[in-house]
Design a protein around this ligand. Structure first.
Ligand code: IMP
Ligand code: MG
Length: 169
């Protein structure tokens, strides 16, 4: 396993993101995509000084299939009361962009004032993407990564930084 991004690099970046949101001063309705974004979101919200509401939705595309995406299933979007609100959608990683483009279009059906997307990681890829996140904390190579909430077959979510398993699978 090879280390890509350290705990310190992550926390410095989160402090920058939080400072920017705090400066904007806008109350937010934060929607976190489980399970991968759990560490990112829980560290970020503790740095926020603005009012916010917090809700979770679940998106599954990998499951026990490991590193090959399967069919996307979403849960919990219908119950969000985001009408007229500024939504900040948080995910762990943007790879194909399928998850975010799907979730954003479902959120927009609920008539929020705005939807902004924030991801911890964005894979650099030459493949065309249906979606570009508004903000990515780190650009990474097109490798399968784990740690800090991200899993391989439900393992490694508790690692404090981001690692790649690429060489070993
Ligand atoms: P996308 O729909 O292809 O952009 O993939 C988004 C979802 O797949 C993310 O929310 C992750 O949960 C998962 N995913 C994509 N790439 C990785 C990876 O390298 N490691 C772990 N999970 C990943
Ligand atoms: Mg995810």
């Amino acid at each position: 396993m090879r280390a890509l991004i350290s705990e310190t690099q992550i926390s410095e970046k989160i402090a920058e993101v939080a400072a920017r949101l705090n400066t904007q001063g806008k109350p937010l309705f934060i929607v976190v995509i489980l399970k991968g974004a759990i560490c990112f979101a829980s560290d970020l919200i503790r740095k926020l000084e603005i009012p916010f509401e917090l809700e979770f939705i679940t998106a599954k595309s990998y499951g026990m299939r490991g590193t090959k995406p399967g069919t996307l299933s979403l849960e919990g979007i219908e119950n969000l009361h985001i009408h007229g609100k500024d939504v900040l959608l948080i995910d762990d990683i943007c790879d194909t962009g399928k998850t975010l483009s799907h979730v954003v279009s479902k959120l927009k059906d609920l008539d929020p004032k705005s939807v902004t997307t924030l991801v911890l990681l964005e894979k650099r890829t030459s493949r065309p993407r249906p979606f570009k996140p508004d903000q990515s904390c780190f650009q990474i190579e097109d490798l399968f990564v784990v740690g800090y909430g991200l899993d391989y077959k439900e393992s490694y979510r508790g690692l404090p930084g981001i690692f790649t398993l690429e060489e070993s699978i």
